[in-house]
Design a protein around this ligand. Structure first.
Ligand code: ADP
Ligand code: MG
Length: 457
């Protein structure tokens, strides 16, 4: 017996469930463009726009999808993942890992020798091989690889975001290197500050024309730290036109930012919507095992001989970001080499104790917390401590109170007084509310994680 729920309706219900369990970036990327085509006779067929999405759903999300389908229609016994008909045969196959394997297609008319003008800013040390993938970076990594193999085809633009020192530049550079090597394309890599600086110089020296053609006559544009476009109107305007020009010629654009497009303040909506128009992938702090693996990889590349318990110690104690993790390792190795002593956990502990705050948690100053929250949500300080009841202010205010308590070690009464003499019960209520919602609301959780990272930079 089959139920009579039409597939579109069933899909909507399923999406509603899935949306609660996966991050927004994942949801938008993997689910929104797929549909439930058929659900009958115990089989559900999900159709995706490309091979990559199809395989990603099948490999990574099957369990969640299957559960959600079953809870709406218990008769479904299996799920098939298919391509939408117009995409058949269009894409390359995907390897077991879910990462596409490219067969390089040789176009008969293309000359064999291609001159790739590669940005001098591309550092060949940043490769996909030297990047350790963990669940913190899986999506971003896979997206960058997909883009490297088929630039301009699937995820355009690709927008990677995450806190400082988490590997954004590494991934962007690896993407640029791979595209230049594999496809011989002209890759331009630059930071948004550099873009802005070059534009200002061009205006001053009346070479705007050269500036325009330089940035538009390329195959791939990679712009790192795009958040620095905020507040720079002229640069945004020029970037908007460059973007459109490249995009309309199906040239790949890759960007990174320390926050998702919606959280970049002082940026024009037309740009924001361009940023959101392709694929957005986040990158987080890796878990302990991945941190150990990253340290091992660094040792391997630099031929360091470091005992495993030392690596374990460093990975367990440096939890801010990967740049610091690497810095701690270098410091320990350099110190022991200089002294000619063996690398031991005791010595490491002693050496890193200033970074570890003497074993105690470092207490963050209230102003730093307020600045970080206001900066993240782009609201003025007087508004956050003021009386506004607007939702855009109330939630950040509660987050600030929560962080003052958790990271600043403040008491409820002192939090109340920071916020214009509010009662301590208001602070208490805010802290409780945020800590309970954080577990259920992934966006909130990510926002707070990001702000926390800023506090310890
Ligand atoms: P971001 O641009 O996000 O601030 P970077 O890309 O500059 O961070 O990364 C900081 C350092 O950490 C770099 O040396 C980079 O090679 C290293 N790193 C970051 N993530 C990884 C990773 N997953 N595997 C190996 N090294 C990494
Ligand atoms: Mg960077």
């Amino acid at each position: 017996m089959s139920t009579n729920i039409p597939p579109e309706e069933l899909w909507r219900t399923i999406l509603g469930e899935i949306e609660l369990t996966v991050s927004r970036a994942n949801f938008q990327t993997w689910f929104q463009n797929s549909t439930l085509h058929y659900a009958d006779e115990g089989v559900a067929v999900i159709v995706s726009p490309n091979v990559f999405t199809r395989d990603w759903l099948a490999n990574k999300y099957h369990k969640i999808i299957f559960q959600a389908i079953k809870s709406s229609n218990p008769q479904i016994q299996s799920v098939r993942y298919e391509l939408s008909s117009e995409q058949h045969g269009n894409m390359n196959p995907i390897g077991k890992s879910g990462i596409r394997i490219t067969k390089r297609t040789k176009q008969k008319d293309t000359p064999i020798v291609q001159h790739s003008r590669r940005s001098p800013e591309l550092n060949p040390d940043y490769t996909f091989n030297s990047f350790v993938v963990g669940s913190h970076s899986e999506l971003a990594f896979a997206a960058c690889q997909a883009v490297s193999e088929n630039p301009g085809v699937m995820y355009n633009p690709l927008f990677i975001y995450g806190g400082v020192g988490l590997g954004k530049t590494h991934l962007l550079q690896a993407t640029g290197n791979t595209i230049a090597n594999l496809h011989g394309k002209n890759v331009m890599y630059l930071t948004s500050e550099r873009f802005s600086h070059e534009l200002i110089t061009a205006i001053r020296e009346r070479t705007a024309h050269t500036f325009k053609s330089k940035h538009r006559n390329i195959d791939v544009l990679i712009v790192d730290d795009i958040q620095f476009l905020a507040g720079k109107e002229k640069t945004q305007d020029e970037f908007f036109h460059t973007f459109n020009e490249l995009y309309s010629c199906r040239k790949q654009i890759v960007m990174s930012s320390d926050r998702p497009p919606k959280a970049i303040g002082a940026i024009e909506d037309r740009l924001r919507s361009r940023f959101e128009g392709g694929m957005i992938a986040d990158i987080n702090m890796p878990d302990l095992e991945t941190r150990v693996a990253i340290l091992e990889k660094k040792c391997e590349r630099k031929s360091f001989q470091v005992p495993r318990d030392v690596l374990q110690f460093i990975a367990a104690h440096i939890t801010t970001n990967i740049r610091e993790l690497e810095g701690a390792l270098n410091r320990v190795v350099a110190d022991c080499q200089l002294r000619g002593c063996p690398i031991t956990t005791d010595h490491t502990k002693e050496l890193l104790s200033p970074m570890l705050g003497g074993g105690r948690r470092q207490v963050v100053h209230s102003k730093k917390i307020l600045d970080a929250v206001c900066g993240y949500y782009n609201i003025p300080a007087n508004e956050i401590i003021g009386k506004s009841r607007k939702k855009e202010v109330v939630v950040p205010r509660q987050i600030a109170m929560y962080l003052l308590r958790e990271e600043g070690g403040s008491t409820y009464p002192s939090i109340g007084s920071v916020f214009g003499g509010r009662d301590h019960t208001t602070a208490m209520h805010a802290c409780e509310k945020i800590s309970s919602q954080m577990n259920a609301n992934e966006v909130l959780y990510q926002d707070i994680t990001f702000i926390k990272q800023q506090l310890y930079v």
